[in-house]
Write a protein that binds this ligand. Sequence first.
Ligand SMILES: NC(=O)c1ccc[n+]([C@@H]2O[C@H](COP(=O)([O-])OP(=O)(O)OC[C@H]3O[C@@H](n4cnc5c(N)ncnc54)[C@H](OP(=O)(O)O)[C@@H]3O)[C@@H](O)[C@H]2O)c1
Length: 261
Amino acid sequence: MGLGAFTKIVGDAGITVAKNLNIPVTTGNSYTVATALESAKRAASLMGHNLKTIQVAVIGATGSIGSVCALSLSRDVKNLILVGRNETKLNLLADRIMYETGLAAEVTSNVKKALRKSDLVITVTSALDTIIEPEDLKPGAVVCDVARPRDVSKRVVEERNDVLVIEGSIVEVPGDVKFNFNFGFPPKTAYACMAETMILALEGRLESYTLGRELTLRQVDEIHKLGQKHGFKLAGLRSFEKPISEEEINLIKQRVIIKVS
Ligand SMILES: NC(=O)c1ccc[n+]([C@@H]2O[C@H](COP(=O)([O-])OP(=O)(O)OC[C@H]3O[C@@H](n4cnc5c(N)ncnc54)[C@H](OP(=O)(O)O)[C@@H]3O)[C@@H](O)[C@H]2O)c1
């Protein structure tokens, strides 16, 4: 079973638990979105991209996480492509974005076409196989791969040293915390979805928070602010399970400059 299907089952189970037991439940998806977008914007800025001028794409835009990512980004960017498989759902989302922010987003079901012209890509599909290959990407592109399993092929990191692929949603937890569990991260770091539970507990919000498929921008913004208030922050940028430093990102940037000059 893919993590997409798993998160759906957990999300549905969360609603059942919240309805039938006196236990607050959250999927953690609001903080996942907030931190993925923060990572993507930081990576884009380090690569020298200006959100107001670059082409941005959300792949899997009609999904639960993708649609709230697209809505949030539409407040910051000027050129947005929504990529999905269902044209009706894509058009509904584009209409909503136009209504809420005045931005005219492009829609397409052609992933490759969207990738070839995009400088910043947030990819959040529930595809079981990779959908982003080395030949698809523009030099200098930044890709934030939130999907599990990954949307970006491992070949990208092997064959394209002029693009930056990051994984969003890994945060540094404040205080002298020991999880006594190996997430495969350095100490004091956790998935944002788990951190959402910690933030709610620290804030004394012992209530069910993110539940079901409909994520709201209000909750994404709120949990982001609460996370900052309690000292949670991005745990640096990571690419294919490893930390990536600003020096390494600068090298990627230099290769793009050499390629185009
Ligand atoms: N990193 C984390 O901490 C974290 C946390 C939660 C979830 N996730 C991951 O985030 C992803 C999205 O989750 P979700 O809950 O938003 O799922 P979702 O609501 O099911 O949305 C998935 C989206 O992907 C699209 N899609 C599926 N297969 C595709 C393909 N082959 N090509 C193009 N688009 C495709 C779907 O389009 P259709 O509408 O046409 O089916 C839909 O728009 C999953 O991979 C999940 O595991 C990661």
